[in-house]
Design a protein around this ligand. Structure first.
Ligand SMILES: [Zn+2]
Length: 238
């Protein structure tokens, strides 16, 4: 483990003090990926280390944008002012510690006016930590939050979002709806992907969308009482 982790010195965007963050080396061997893009690596779980937490003021954010001043920086500074925070998340993290860092990052992201897609990504990764920990209720609650924020992002933000095209985002929303048991809505989103001529350029996502659509349709057949008022049953696209 020691040789996979390393530390870097950073300056906190909120309090201007220096602190060290623990990072994971890039060259990890991927083992598998879930249908909502949760990726598993042999050597370590890099999601444990994605959130940087300043030990001086307590501000926490995703590593990729920790150093950017957020939209509502004043609100966060006002909240942090005068607080004597003693937190230390440097070094190796347990899953529970990692969960705490995501809760902190989600709290600050909301206060800071962070983009819905970025908030969604925090919720999704927290869902993955609960999945790894075998806590399905907590996982589902966080997937619901992730999906709600991705739907906001879908309406408000310009595509692509991070490395996600519109098709990938539609697929992910559909898959999160499926995983949280909202089958009619899932089928709607997934059918949009499957029926989109542009999806041919994104073969892997198209295949995943077809598989998810079939799973959602089959799951709905097993719930006939609920399925009655839920409209069409036709195969989408070709
Ligand atoms: Zn700070």
């Amino acid at each position: 483990m020691a040789e996979i982790l390393y530390t870097v010195e950073k300056t906190c965007v909120m309090c201007d003090k220096k602190f060290t963050v623990t990072k994971v080396r890039n060259r990890l061997s991927m083992e598998k990926q879930d249908s909502d893009f949760c990726t598993y690596y042999k050597e370590a779980n890099p999601y444990y280390y994605s959130i940087w937490v300043c030990p001086h003021c307590g501000y926490a954010a995703q590593d990729t944008y920790f150093e950017e001043p957020p939209a509502n920086m004043g609100a966060v500074k006002a909240f942090l002012a005068g607080r004597d925070v003693k937190v230390n998340f440097s070094g190796q993290r347990t899953r529970q510690e990692a969960v705490t860092t995501y809760k902190l990052a989600i709290f600050f992201a909301d206060m800071a006016g962070t983009l819905p897609s970025r908030q969604a990504s925090l919720y999704l990764k927290l869902a993955w930590l609960y999945r790894e920990g075998g806590l399905p209720d907590e996982e589902k609650a966080m997937m619901d939050q992730a999906r709600e924020h991705y739907e906001k992002a879908f309406l408000k933000e310009r595509m692509p979002i991070g490395n996600m095209s519109q098709i990938t985002l539609e697929y992910l929303i559909g898959e999160l709806l499926r995983r949280t048991g909202r089958l009619p809505e899932a089928l709607n989103y997934l059918a949009k992907v499957v029926g989109n001529p542009q999806a041919k350029n994104e073969k892997r996502v198209l295949e995943m969308a077809r598989e998810a659509w079939t799973l959602a349709r089959d799951a709905r057949k097993e719930r006939p009482a609920a399925a009655k008022s839920e409209g069409e049953e036709e195969q989408p696209g070709t």
